[in-house]
Design a protein around this ligand. Structure first.
Ligand code: TRP
Length: 434
């Protein structure tokens, strides 16, 4: 069986795929809106703190566990102890739930690409957003198209498409983001956006915000769902995963900060509300394009590149259940892809409708879309990260010194994995959910 497992052609391919998984809608779409709902700069401080300290540990441990066990999630946990199978199983389950709302946003992006090519005035895109999410048929169709595109990439194997998207499209995306940042910073009142983003008002700190920051940090780094474990299991040679961990954290944070610096000055300049929720980016960015000569071309380019970023992340999400089905149920890759497509389609359709017909259908007081987002980011991912740290630290006995040259750093990692991070995760889950 092991010989038939796919593996990365080089370390670079692996790093690019892992960065591609991390950088996605989480950075451009989710980060600004969650930050806007949680008080701006204070949120950023907590978020950066979590990213730079706590998140390192489960990220590294996920990659290491994949690399050591060379199995998909369920098998990886099972190989530590058959009783842990259930913890492994939570990962593909979380993956399916994440995919079921992530791909809806992917669908909105496809719609915006088409929109940029029509002759609707860019100024009107913002109000179009509401029409778009409420129009069930087109929203469902675009969600399914996005899902299908990711499934096709996944079915064709993990290397080729991802390599192109990451080598060529990601740098292009960074360039276009930089251009938009320069533009946004020159808008009238841009400084208010920067103040909102960088001048923390510590009176706004609350427990819920910590959980939101943790959820966002895990989400954006693709931690707590087995995506990195699965990618790590395809690493063949005995190369350092430490560098990959830094690269993932660095690039992901860079993209998130760029998105923020692009969005917030524009929000304040156009008098929009930073806490307006999931539509924030879709309503704000077109306003920037409307001011730029050939704005619709820039807009099309922007959404195409955002689409590419979303696809490389989307592929990593579905790779988790696909790998589990292939290895556990002995399905062919194509059949596993078809099965995953059907399951995600089934769940994402009610979630898509939660902006239209099912607007009033609530689970625990939330629409299906918000419910999926909240239960995955704020509950399942922290829980999965917790189980992973405990099992990797206490049972698989991943030791820092196997991977990390610096003795002191290795020691810190061990303490973090076994004690500090699990305690913090439990504490955040406790206060946030109380
Ligand atoms: N990190 C991706 C983003 O920021 C989303 C993502 C991909 C993800 N794979 C994941 C989130 C695994 C959680 C777990 O867009």
């Amino acid at each position: 069986m092991e010989e038939n497992r796919p593996s990365w052609s080089s370390r670079l391919t692996f790093i690019l795929a892992a960065v591609g998984s991390a950088v996605g809608l989480g950075n451009i779409w989710r980060f600004p809106y969650i930050m806007g709902q949680n008080g701006g700069a204070v949120f950023l401080v907590v978020y950066l703190l979590l990213i730079l300290t706590i998140c390192f540990v489960p990220l590294f441990a996920e990659l290491a566990m994949g690399k050591i066990t060379k199995k998909e999630c369920i098998g990886a946990f099972e190989s530590v102890n058959p009783k842990f199978k259930i913890f492994g199983f939570l990962n593909p389950l979380t993956g399916i739930l994440v995919a079921s709302f992530y791909f809806i946003v992917g669908g909105w992006i496809i719609d915006y690409i088409f929109l940029s090519l029509t002759n609707i005035k860019i100024e009107d895109y913002g109000s179009y957003f509401v029409t778009l999410i409420q129009d069930s048929v087109s929203a469902c169709v675009f969600t399914l198209v996005f899902l299908l595109i990711c499934i096709i990439f996944a079915a064709r194997g993990i290397k080729k498409g991802i390599e192109f998207a990451n080598n060529v499209l990601m740098p292009l995306f960074a360039v276009i983001l930089l251009g938009l940042i320069v533009f946004s910073l020159n808008l009238p009142n841009a400084h208010e956006g920067l103040i909102y983003m960088f001048k923390p008002d510590f009176s706004k700190v609350n427990a819920h915000m910590f959980l939101a920051a943790l959820g966002q940090a895990l989400f954006t780094l693709s931690i707590g769902m087995g995506a990195l474990l699965t990618y790590g299991s395809y690493i063949r040679e005995d190369k350092s995963i430490l560098k990959s961990t830094y690269t993932i954290i660095f690039s992901d944070t860079l993209f998130a900060l760029m998105a923020g610096i692009m969005i917030f000055p524009a929000i304040f300049s156009f008098g929009l509300e930073p806490n307006s929720g999931a539509g924030l980016v879709f309503i704000t960015i077109p306003q920037i394009f409307a001011q730029i000569p050939y704005g619709n071309i820039v807009s099309a380019a922007f959404f195409v590149l955002l689409f590419a970023a979303a696809v490389t992340s989307g592929i990593s999400i579905i790779e988790v259940p696909i790998a589990s089905m292939v290895e556990r149920l002995k399905l062919t890759r194509t059949k596993a892809c078809a099965a995953v497509f059907s399951i995600i389609a089934l769940i994402s359709i009610p979630a898509t409708l939660s902006f239209g017909q099912l607007e009033n259908f609530k689970l625990c007081g939330k629409t299906v879309f918000d419910f999926l987002d909240f239960t995955t980011s704020s509950i399942l991912m922290p829980l999965n990260a917790l189980f992973l740290c405990l099992i990797a630290g206490w049972f698989l006995k991943i030791k820092g010194e196997h991977f990390i040259q610096n003795k002191f750093f290795a020691f810190l990692f061990d303490i973090g994995l076994k004690y500090v991070v699990p305690i913090i995760l439990v504490a955040l889950l406790y206060v946030g959910l109380k």
